[in-house]
Design a protein around this ligand. Structure first.
Ligand code: IPM
Ligand code: MG
Length: 366
């Protein structure tokens, strides 16, 4: 039997309730396979600040180092509540970014997927969606503006100023591009390189490095697109994309737009992969306004579990089974609250009901 240690960082807001559904599915998978999952919960995020005085406590850091993979819920507070935590200690700056750095999870994979049968969830017209949306965004996750040098002060004229740098070196660029080429090679052999080289020097270097790598992947056709144009193209013709690669900040913004064209960020799981460590998380925030109401969509969390099964444990069939189960629930006419307005032609289900239905479908698959 293969044994894995999995960190469970439920996070803030809707994190704990969607994590419960992820864990429900993980346990079911464990039962019917020759694997054992040792689940190790840890405090992470704003909740950890209030319980431990630190959004990323030392014991949680130790768990990060010890586990084979970890799954993390969204973190963060409402705009108002955030003010209860000093700026530099807030969960995004004080926990999430340090964790990404610590684990060196430089490659972030964000699938944007909506089968044709679920097109009614999308704000895009059916003729724009065509045969469905199925692309993957590959986002650099540990460099760029997020991690560059930051300086805040008062200049000689007495004005407050800020200076934050978009920093990359060629190795940071090449390793993410190589990942993206590999993904493209295994899919439709088309890679959209998203950049802003008409303005940013970082994009000029990015594209130079890409030209150097491209000959190693002769099967992959590269298409260049400016990031602003890509934002429009995602709305007008998402079907032209299969794999998109981009630096950290562009990826943050376009991946949220990815959720927008699907109909909800609740449909956005993600995998964060490094040379040694990997962790999995929904791409969305902690939605404090709906926390504790059992109405959040756990798809992004259960999808993150599916990505963990695939990327960390090589359990490809089970990962496919989980995707099929989740999409089957929507295809059966059910919806979660984020995806449909009350009164639309769907049967609304709660967070835990969605998890139960995924479990039922998995069991029915045998
Ligand atoms: C994401 C999130 C994070 C990011 C936040 C919570 C810091 O928006 O994973 O996309 O900006 O990377
Ligand atoms: Mg984001």
């Amino acid at each position: 039997m293969t044994r894995y240690k999995i960190g469970i960082f439920a996070g803030d807001g809707i994190g704990p309730e969607i994590m419960d559904e992820g864990v429900k599915i993980l346990k079911l998978i464990e039962q019917r396979n020759d694997v054992s999952f040792e689940l190790i919960p840890a405090a992470f995020g704003a909740n950890a600040y209030f319980s431990h005085g630190d959004c990323f406590p030392d014991e949680t850091k130790a768990i990060c180092d010890e586990v084979d993979a970890l799954i993390k819920g969204p973190i963060g507070l409402s705009h108002e509540d955030s003010k209860k935590i000093p700026v530099d200690l807030q969960p995004e700056r004080g926990a999430l970014l340090p964790m990404r750095r610590r684990l060196n999870t430089y490659a972030n994979f964000r699938p944007v997927s909506l089968p044709k049968e679920l097109a009614h969830f999308s704000p895009l017209k059916p003729e724009v969606i065509g045969e469905g949306i199925d692309l993957i965004m590959v986002r650099e996750l540990v460099g760029g503006l997020y991690f560059g040098n930051k300086e805040v002060g008062v200049n000689a004229d007495g004005r407050r100023y800020v200076n934050e740098a978009l920093e990359y070196d060629e190795d940071q660029i090449s390793r993410i591009l190589i990942e993206a080429f590999k993904v493209a090679s295994g899919r439709k052999q088309v890679l959209h390189n998203i950049h802003k080289s008409n303005v940013l020097k970082s994009s000029v270097l990015w594209n130079e490095v890409l030209e150097e790598i491209a000959p190693d992947f002769p099967d992959v056709e590269v298409k260049h697109m400016l990031v602003d144009a890509a934002a429009t193209a995602l709305c007008l013709n998402p079907g032209q994309f299969d794999v998109m690669v981009m630096e950290n900040m562009f990826g943050d913004i376009l991946s949220d737009q990815g959720g927008g064209i699907l109909g909800s960020l609740g449909l956005m799981p993600s995998a964060c992969i490094g040379p040694e460590k990997a962790y999995y998380e929904p791409s969305h925030g902690s939605a404090p306004d709906i926390a504790g109401q059992n109405i959040a969509n756990p798809y992004s969390m259960i999808g993150s579990v599916a990505m963990m099964l695939e990327y960390s444990f090589g359990m490809h069939d089970e990962a496919k089974n989980v995707w099929a189960a989740m999409q089957g629930i929507f295809a059966d006419g059910y919806s979660t609250a984020d995806l449909s307005k009350p009164g639309s032609d769907v049967r609304m289900i709660a967070t835990n009901e969605f998890g139960d239905k995924v479990a039922e479908k998995l069991l029915a698959q045998g």
